[in-house]
Design a protein around this ligand. Structure first.
Ligand SMILES: C[S@@+](CC[C@H](N)C(=O)[O-])C[C@H]1O[C@@H](n2cnc3c(N)ncnc32)[C@H](O)[C@@H]1O
Length: 212
């Protein structure tokens, strides 16, 4: 978490709580240490998806299907989500959860290494949610830009990485490479003429980039 604890606690206590399967998955994730999006990031994604009304979404990093199930309620009618993960055990859970949520017709799971998978996709997306290996973000970027429509949104999670991105004294040695790569990623999404980017210090840091 990158925000001040009391502010974060206030936000969490104030925003609308999820119910039903999303609440079940939040409890499951907490008990089993599955790194799903933080509640305040979930709230932001809801608002963005409701206002942007995407028809085609690409998610990189499915885990147990929590964020794709969340997003699936707010798409344009008939909208679809392609979601990629390489971890078979997680995907088994995701499939069960997606079935339980009754959104199998909306969410298409693709198993494989995301970098290899996205290179083979030839489809345009209104929104891309990037939530996979943080050290790979710079490599994902050119493919995300290729797959994102003009006027589309690229949303990247964990970009402030427990505060380490902004403060060298917080960087733990074994995370140095990830930190360097995330900094390169943030520099790129903030400096390219193709995108307009905002970095928001909620959860573990979220970047929202609009493709011009
Ligand atoms: C933070 S979790 C995703 C959480 C999910 N978006 C949610 O909030 O419900 C990250 C997932 O990305 C997957 N992942 C990481 N790097 C990947 C890669 N290169 N290719 C495919 N999956 C990857 C991991 O297996 C993990 O399940």
């Amino acid at each position: 978490m990158v925000s001040i604890d009391y502010i974060n606690e206030y936000i969490r206590n104030t925003i609308k709580k999820n119910t039903g399967i999303l609440l079940e998955l939040e409890d499951f994730a907490k008990e089993n240490h599955v790194p799903i999006i933080h509640p305040e990031v979930a709230a932001l994604l809801k608002v963005i998806t409701l206002s942007h009304k995407p028809s085609n979404v690409l998610e990189i990093g499915t885990a147990i299907g929590y964020s794709s199930i969340l997003l699936s309620s707010f798409l344009e009618p008939g909208g679809k989500i392609d979601t990629i993960d390489r971890y078979e055990l997680m995907l088994e859970r995701a499939k069960e959860n997606i079935k339980k949520a009754n959104v199998e017709h909306t969410i298409n799971i693709i198993q494989g290494d995301a970098l290899e998978v996205i290179k083979c996709i030839n489809k345009q997306y209104d929104m891309i949610f990037l939530d996979a290996a943080k050290g790979q973000y710079p490599e994902f970027l050119p493919e995300c830009l290729r797959l994102l429509k003009n006027g589309g949104l690229l949303i990247s999670d964990n970009v402030l990485y427990k505060g380490m991105i902004a403060n060298d004294t917080l960087v733990v040695r074994r995370k140095r490479t990830i930190v360097n790569r995330l900094r390169i990623y943030l520099d790129e999404i903030c400096s390219t003429d193709e995108l307009e980017t905002s970095i928001i210090p909620i959860g573990d840091g979220v970047a929202i980039s609009y493709k011009k």
